[in-house]
Design a binder for this molecule. Sequence first.
Ligand code: PMP
Length: 432
Amino acid sequence: MSNVFYRSSKSYPVAVRAGGVFIETQDGRSFLDGSSGALVANIGHGRVSVAQAMAEQASRLAFVHGSQFTSDVLEEYASRLATFLDLPGYRFWAVSGGSEANESAIKLARQYHVERGEPGRFKVITRVPSYHGASLGALAASGMGARREVYAPLIREDAWPKMPKPDPTLSGEEDAERLRAVLEAAGPESVAAFICEPVVGASDAALAPNTGYHARVAAICREYGVLFVADEVMSGMGRCGAPLAVRLGGEVTPDIVVLGKGLAAGYAPLAGLMASPEVYGTVMDGSGAFKHGFTYAGHPVSVAAGLSVLDIVEQEGLVQAARERGAQLLAGLEVLKARHPHILAVRGQGLLLGVVLGDPATGQAFERPGLADRVAAAAREEGLLTYPGSGAVDGVRGDHLLLGPPLSITPAEVDVLLERLDRALASLGVPS
Ligand code: PMP
C-alpha cells in the first residue's frame, strides 16, 4: 500500500527520470512532455548546469530568513530579471508558487491604497473564466465555476467583480472598454486592482484578446486610480514568444507583474511579482513594510535555479525559439483540425497553444464535458502528455487541451508531438 495522498483515485505512473522533452517511468515507458508539466519546464528536463548551480548554492548558503537577510544571489537575480523583462526600476518579490504570488499581488494592491489613504479600495476585478491559484484568496479571485463551488463560501464574494472574457470579434480597444462598465458598477472608489492573464491558460485554452486590449486596459486603470496586475505565471518568461505576453501587441507597463512556472522551469519552487517603483515606493515611504511574507520567500536555492534557467533562456535564444516552434506547432494543429472535426478551434501565442474540442454537428462544446480527458488518455497511450481541461471552457463547461512543450523542443520533436496527437485522435474513432 502506498502512503502517498494522490490527487485522485486514478493510478499514477511512477516517474523516475527525464531529459530534454521526454519523461521516463519506472515501467520503462517514455512520454513526450507536450505540456511541460502544466507549462512549467521551459528549458526542458535534465539540465545539469541548473542542478550544479543549486548544489553549489545549497552548500554555500542554503537558507536565510527574508525578514533578516537578503542574499547575493537574490540581488543579482532581481536585477537580471528586471533587465530581461524590460521593467526598469521594478522590485522582485520572490515566493514559492503562483498562488502565493497572486496572494501577494492582491495584498500588495490593497496595502498600496491603504498607504495612500484610500482604505476603501479592497475589490479586485477579475475575469470569467480565469485561474489565479488554489489558495482561498487566489481561488476567490479566479473565475472558474467548477473549482470554486466545492470550497464555497470563498472570501467575500463581493470583493471580486467579474469582467467578461476577451471577445475576439471586438477590436482590442472596444473589448477593453467593457472594463469601464464593470468599474462603474462596482464603484471605482472601492476598487484596488484589475487582474488578468494576458493569454488565458488552463481556464480557457490559450485565449488572447486582440491587439490594443492591454494598452487600453492599462489606460482605464490609470484613469480610475486602479492598479493593473498582469498574471503572467503561465504566459510569461518567454513562453508566448516575448518575455511578457502582455506586451505582444505593443508597449504596456502593468503596475504589478505576477510570475511563476517558467522562472525556475520546474527545477525549484520559484514564483514572485515585479512591483513598479510607484507601488514599492508608496509602501516603503508610507508604513515602511509590506505586511506579508512566507518563510521560504526568496529561498537562495530556488533563486540560484532561476538564475541558471535565465542564463539558458538567454544563451539559447529560447524566446525566439518559442515564436518559431510555436508557429510550426500551430500550423500543424491547423492541419489536424482539418482532419479531425471534433477540433473546433486552435489558437494561442508562441508555445502556449489551445485546442478547443466539441461537437462537430453544432460547432459548440458538448453539454457533458469529458472529451478532453479521453483525448489526453489516448495521447498518453501514444506516449504524449497534454494538459486537458474538461469542463473548463467558459469556466463552466466545454473541453480543451493546452499544449506547451519545453521552449527547447526541436523541429523534429514538434513533428513527433503532432504525429502522436494525430494517432490519439484517430484512435477515438473520430472521423478523419
Ligand atoms: N496563475 C496562473 C495564470 C496559473 O496558470 C497558475 C497555475 N496553473 C497559477 C496562477 C497558480 O500557480 P501555482 O499552481 O504555482 O500555485
